[in-house]
Every structure is written in C-alpha cells, then in structure tokens.
Write a protein that binds this ligand. Structure first.
Ligand code: SF4
Length: 290
C-alpha cells in the first residue's frame, strides 16, 4: 500500500510558495557550504537553539542549566568550531531564553499545569484500501489552564517573524488537531508565544514576549482536517504528475529575496539560467524530507 507522511510545516510552505515547497520537500534541497567552512547561519537557527532552552525551562530546569544546554547544542552541532556570525546567533538565542525566563517569572503562566513538553506526534489524515496519508510534527508545549482548559502552545522566535497571521493560525490549528487525534481531547485554545528580537544597548524594557491565541472547537478542527486533506491532494498531484519546478508558480513576498534558501536559484528558473549547476555547487539533495 502506498502512502505519504507530510511534515506539518510543509502545508505552510505550500501555501506560501509552491516553488520553494517543491525544492525543500520534494527535491530535498538544502544549502551547503564549501569544504571545511561552517554554513552561514540564518534566522531559523536562532529558533532552533532557543527552543532547546525553552524546552529546558518548561521541564523545570534552572535558567543557568537552560543556557548551558543552548551553548552545548551549538558546540555539539559543529564539534566545538564556531565563527563570529554563529556566536552572534547563539547570543540571540541565549537572550531569547533569558527574556522568556523573565516573562515566566513575572507570573504570566501562574496556575497552568504542564501536560507535555516537546511532544512528537503522527496523526492519520486519511487512508483507504490503496493508500495511507499521515501528518507529523512536534508540539512545543501543552498546558492545562485553570481558566480555559487545555491550551496547545507553539514557541516562536525572530526566525518566524515573516510568517503571516494566517500561516500562524493554520499551524496552531494543526497542533490542536494533532492533540485531539492523539488524546481524544479537543483543546480549548491554541496560542503562540513570540519571543522577540532583543535590542542591544537599549535602556527601555520593551515587551519581549507576546502571545496570540485562537479558540478551538471540534467543528474548527474537522474543517481544518479537510483543509489539510485538500492541500495534501494538491501536493500529491504536483508530485505524481512530475510537475517541473518552472511550472510551480512562485509566490514572491516582500521578504523572500533575503529570507528564502532558494533566492539564488529562483531567478534562474524564470530567466532560463542553469539552475542545476548552481544546485550542484551550493546545495545538497537529501531524501529525509520526502
Ligand atoms: S525566492 Fe521567493 S518566489 Fe523564489 S522560491 Fe523563494 S519564496 Fe518562492
């Protein structure tokens, strides 16, 4: 029986830019760096490191321990090698963890009981006699709030700031839907906690953490399930009909030319340039995203 597993993040990419989706999730293209050089960090690396610290705080670790785990994550990833750019990335992540810890200590989550931290999940989208389809991901945090009930929480950092509100809400509904599929419990809310970029040298204390939540009910999650199934069918069609990347329309947005991993090859597609030779030089093809 044939089947496919969709990473939850690929639906957002599909909505945002089908060309970028094709390169990331169908071809598995990832930017690489010349032999012996560390890759250039991007904004998502701040989030990757900061999430290690956020999870440690949610598990009851001290702030010092959370900060040490973030630094250790970086050292482990590059076997102790670093660059000024990577040091700056780690410093942003450490600052984000410190400010999130301050926010927790201010009592914003008082009374909440933590039900789960960094919870991987796989949930069935739809299956029949000839194929199965699943969605998978990891939910950052689930809490039981004394006022509202179960809340599914997604942590965001500066790496997610270009996501539109619609994309964030879609992702929140996916996490709530997954929790419902796994436990049978419909969460009352889903929210993201955005830990913002830290201003260097500023004396004022801006709000470093902001929250945005949406209400959830069974009807919303049922519609969301259908929405994902339709998108999965579109993705399948593009893959099965071997649609080439030049036919997958790009969807440029104001930030994509500096924030997309494919910004160097994207214009070549439209100009008839030699995409493949740049891919050979600057990218690796993996299959782990398929
Ligand atoms: S540069 Fe913009 S249009 Fe091109 S693949 Fe990336 S997101 Fe899409």
């Amino acid at each position: 029986m044939e089947g496919h597993k969709y990473r939850q993040s690929e639906f957002g990419k599909w909505k945002r830019c089908r060309r970028a989706h094709h390169w990331q999730y169908t071809e598995g293209l990832y930017l690489t760096s010349p032999e012996g050089q560390l890759p250039t960090p991007n904004k998502s690396d701040i989030g990757t490191y900061a999430h290690v610290g956020f999870a440690a705080l949610h598990k009851g670790e001290t702030l010092d321990s959370a900060l040490m785990l973030v630094a250790a994550e970086h050292e482990h990833r590059f076997a102790g090698e670093t660059t000024d750019e990577w040091d700056k990335t780690v410093e942003y992540a450490l600052s984000s963890v410190r400010h999130y810890n301050d926010w927790l200590e201010e009592g914003h989550t008082t009374g909440q009981k933590i039900l789960g931290v960094e919870m991987p999940w796989e949930a069935e989208l739809d299956s029949n006699s000839y194929r199965f389809r699943w969605v998978y991901g990891t939910t950052d945090l689930v809490v039981d709030d004394p006022l509202t009930g179960v809340v599914v929480v997604d942590m965001k950092t500066v790496g997610s700031q270009t996501q539109t509100p619609e994309e964030v809400d879609f992702q929140l509904r996916t996490y709530a839907w997954a929790y419902w599929q796994e436990t049978g419990i419909v969460p009352a809310r889903a929210e993201h906690r955005m830990v913002k970029r830290v201003l260097h040298g500023g004396t004022a204390k801006p709000p470093f953490v902001s929250t945005h939540g949406i209400h959830i009910n069974e009807g919303i999650l049922t519609m969301h399930h259908l929405h994902m199934a339709v998108m999965a069918t579109e993705i399948d069609w593009a893959r099965e009909s071997e649609v080439q990347d030049q036919y997958l329309y790009p969807n440029p947005h104001k930030d994509c030319k500096w924030d997309c991993s494919y910004r160097d090859i994207c214009p070549l597609v439209d100009d008839g340039g030699d995409v493949e030779s740049v891919v050979q030089l600057s990218y690796v093809r993996t299959s782990d995203e398929q």
